[in-house]
Design a protein around this ligand. Structure first.
Ligand code: GDP
Ligand code: MG
Length: 188
């Protein structure tokens, strides 16, 4: 019933000094912080997090294509090429400043946090979501500037990815499962 998810407060969140505000939003959901650390990402850790995985490259590339096409714009590159470009930009960005890694545990943690952070491009993210409230970036602006979209937060998008990503950022003894006093209210 209780699942885990991995969140990264990316370098733009750290540089804008909103670590505390964002952690508060995660805590207020009822999900429990069981791991928390600041990390200066290396090439190895950034490359492992944004894995050179065909399914991921295609999903990022296809999302990008759709966003352009919805605005009547065309892209010459294939989804695979777009995915590769984005991966390189993300690795460079993740290394540009420290990142805060957070492991959260609780009912429906992955789905809940994806809805709290909002959609990938902040320009289109719903107000009230983190990306909708704290950023204005878009696919077009980020690509023109040849950098990753600055959208403050990474969050796992599936159980398999959550398990894979948690292992990249936390050793098993860095996670601290415990009971919280409000759990009887949250879970009955
Ligand atoms: P997320 O799960 O909502 O973070 O989105 P994805 O997993 O699809 O993409 C990972 C990250 O890559 C996003 O959060 C953005 O920072 C960045 N990104 C995705 N697509 C693009 C793109 O087309 N252009 C640029 N510049 N960055 C992108
Ligand atoms: Mg993703």
């Amino acid at each position: 019933m209780k699942e885990r998810t991995l969140i990264l407060l990316k370098p733009d969140a750290v540089q804008r000094a909103i670590i505390g505000e964002l952690l508060q939003r995660f805590e207020k959901t009822g999900l429990k912080i069981i791991g928390l650390k600041m990390v200066q990402a290396t090439d190895a850790i950034a490359g492992e997090h944004y894995a050179n995985d065909e399914a991921w490259l295609l999903s990022v590339g296809e999302k990008t294509k759709k966003s352009y096409e919805s605005k009547g714009l065309k892209l010459d590159k294939t989804p695979h090429e777009l995915g590769q470009n984005v991966r390189q930009m993300l690795i460079a960005f993740l290394k540009s400043s420290p990142t805060v890694a957070v492991c959260l545990e609780g009912h429906g943690a992955i789905e809940k946090i994806r809805s709290v952070i909002g959609s990938t491009a902040p320009i289109a993210a719903t107000p009230g979501t983190i990306r909708g409230d704290y950023s204005l970036d878009s696919y077009q602006l980020a690509d023109t500037k040849r950098r990753a979209i600055t959208n403050l937060v990474h969050a796992s998008d599936s159980k398999d990815n959550a398990e894979r990503e948690i292992k990249i950022w936390f050793k098993s003894d860095e996670l601290c499962p415990y009971e919280r006093v409000d759990e009887f209210l949250l879970y009955g």
